[in-house]
Design a protein around this ligand. Structure first.
Ligand SMILES: Nc1nc2c(ncn2[C@@H]2O[C@H](COP(=O)(O)OP(=O)(O)OP(=O)(O)O)[C@@H](O)[C@H]2O)c(=O)[nH]1
Ligand SMILES: [Mg+2]
Length: 238
């Protein structure tokens, strides 16, 4: 039977959540009647998350696990998209910060409306997001830098951890992508916008139940560097 949806989950030291969140997602997606696969892409986690997940695999035949050396979230997502067999891919953070039904709803909208990309957005009307004030300020600053460097002012939220896309459309962009870290999503959307892909941003209610593990200053510097590189590389200046 044809795979309709490939859910790609980058996994890096997620021992605490990964088995629980993938089992629930698996169950709920089966219940929604979608032919799916889940691809967990680990790159060099130092905890036991992936070995625990491998133990689950015999009960979850549509779960694929890929491991490799540490390269970053963006690289892991690219690798997962390459391997995806579904007509639509969903890029999803391992803590699954949304209601499962929301993912299924977005999947049906991509199919019905023949969209190339759906961005789950915290910043359009109806979207919500509870996080410490400092994290919100960083998100706003990132948006300001992103618009100053790359434009795309029509897109409000490039960084939310839930995106769906028509596999064929985004596979056509992957060979141009080079960002291995957190700015991969921005690069993908930048290229997709240049190609006039059909992109829709829809509100999402993000539920985070863990505190950030990112070193915010370091991550912000890398992300601004990557924004500049995206601009230079894709406008042919290097
Ligand atoms: N494979 C892989 N996955 C990664 C890497 N870094 C982060 N991830 C995954 O990317 C997803 C998002 O990571 P988070 O640390 O939650 O980052 P975030 O959601 O942008 O930031 P928070 O708001 O702090 O949660 C999770 O599924 C992580 O496991 C990496 O280097 N490799
Ligand atoms: Mg997160």
């Amino acid at each position: 039977m044809k795979t309709e949806l490939s859910i790609i989950i980058p996994v890096y030291n997620e021992e605490e959540w990964i088995c629980k969140s993938i089992s629930r997602l698996y169950e709920e997606t089966e219940r929604a009647g979608i032919n799916f696969e889940i691809i967990a892409i680990d790159d060099g986690s130092s905890d036991n998350g992936i070995s625990l997940l491998r133990k689950l695999q015999s009960d979850l035949p549509h779960l694929r696990i890929i491991s490799g050396p540490h390269r970053g979230k963006g690289y892991a997502l690219r690798h997962g998209i390459h391997k995806a067999q579904g007509e639509v891919v969903c890029m999803l953070d391992a803590d699954i910060p949304v209601e499962y039904s929301q993912i299924h709803k977005f999947f049906r909208i991509v199919q019905r409306e023949k969209l190339d990309i759906i961005i789950a957005s915290r910043f359009v009307h109806g979207g919500t997001y509870h996080t410490p004030y400092s994290r919100k300020v960083i998100s706003i600053m990132f948006r300001v830098f992103r618009i100053a460097i790359l434009g795309m002012s029509h897109i409000r939220d490039t960084q939310c951890g839930v995106k769906l896309a028509r596999t064929q459309s985004i596979k056509s962009l992957l060979s141009q992508c080079f960002v291995d870290g957190y700015c991969f999503d921005t690069e993908l959307l930048y290229l997709a916008s240049k190609m006039n892909f059909r992109i829709r941003e829809l509100p999402v209610q993000i539920v985070t139940f863990r505190s950030t593990r990112i070193q915010l200053l370091r991550a912000s510097i890398i992300m601004i560097r990557d924004l500049i590189l995206i601009r230079m590389v894709h406008s042919g200046r290097i």
